[in-house]
Design a protein around this ligand. Structure first.
Ligand code: ADP
Length: 267
């Protein structure tokens, strides 16, 4: 908006009643987006008014997971209306700001910062109880921008049990703390797989990643960072994501969904 003063971010105002959760991870593919959409739906099931910002410049898979893959936001005057989803949460994605869907987001820091601010301040969110942000993996420009604009965001770190994933997850958590955000806990995803034949718990990705991240961050920050839950590998979680019907809604009695519902309850 040339020359015009930028609109303020409502969630950063002192009196804001919206809790902001940033879902972060060290590396990609650990289930960060899946955790984001399921927590959003779980909170909506609690009766909360929930918005989701998909800020993952590499993936932007959140709209598809919420069943609105091809939706574009509408505009009313100079406000962008977030896309409503069948489950009642509203979503805006960095992918929706691109002129064309197949375009790659090849933006540098200042453009990414502008895109993030736009999703927070030029979108008409209404009165939200909770806003969840799906961050890109790692400690890049978006994470820094978010830290600057929303130091009040509470950060949930997602990792797998694997040593290598945990190590980078610790860096993402530390980065959030450097930006004065509070890390509220660690979600360990893909923790185990229950063999349908034997019922045996198989630790496909090893073990200990979640505990390791929680222990390291607790020690570093001087406050207690807990493991909020351990989500098993479950094909129906992936299927739910692919079909735009997250597992907490499509298959709520599964252990994976139960973990996600409990995590949302504890936040
Ligand atoms: P990220 O956002 O960290 O890149 P995604 O949420 O996109 O990760 O997950 C990567 C892939 O793994 C997706 O296809 C997703 O459905 C699948 N997935 C994530 N968590 C699980 C799980 N617990 N069980 C089975 N599949 C999972």
């Amino acid at each position: 908006r040339g020359g015009q003063a930028q609109r303020e971010i409502p969630f950063a105002q002192p009196g804001s009643l919206t809790r902001v959760f940033a879902i972060a991870s060290g590396k990609g593919g650990v289930g960060k987006s899946s955790v984001t959409v399921n927590l959003a739906l779980a909170m909506a099931q609690q009766g909360l008014k929930v918005g989701v910002v998909d800020a993952d410049i590499y993936g932007h898979s959140v709209p598809a997971m919420l069943g609105v893959a091809d939706a574009r936001p509408t505009q009313v005057d100079d406000l962008i209306m977030p896309v409503p989803t069948p489950s009642g949460v509203s979503v805006i994605s960095i992918g929706m700001l691109k002129p064309r869907r197949d375009q790659v987001v090849a933006w540098r820091g200042p453009m990414l910062d502008r895109a993030l601010v736009q999703m927070l301040s030029d979108v008409y969110w209404g009165d939200l109880d909770a806003l969840l942000l799906d961050l890109p993996p790692g400690t890049g420009d978006i994470a820094i921008s978010l830290g600057q604009h929303l130091p009040n965001a509470e950060v949930v770190v997602v990792t797998t049990p694997q040593e290598a994933a945990a190590e980078v997850a610790e860096r993402a958590g530390t980065m959030a703390s450097m930006m004065h955000q509070r890390v509220v806990g660690v979600v360990e995803n893909m923790s185990y797989f229950v063999s349908p034949e034997s019922g045996e718990k198989l630790e496909i990705f090893g073990s200990g990643g979640g505990d390791r991240v929680a222990a390291t961050l607790s020690q570093r920050f001087g406050y207690d960072v807990r493991v909020l839950g351990r989500i098993p590998l479950d094909p129906s979680l992936r299927e739910g994501g692919d079909a735009g019907k997250p597992i907490v809604e499509s298959d709520p009695t599964t252990p994976a969904a139960q973990q996600l519902l409990a995590i949302a309850q504890g936040l």
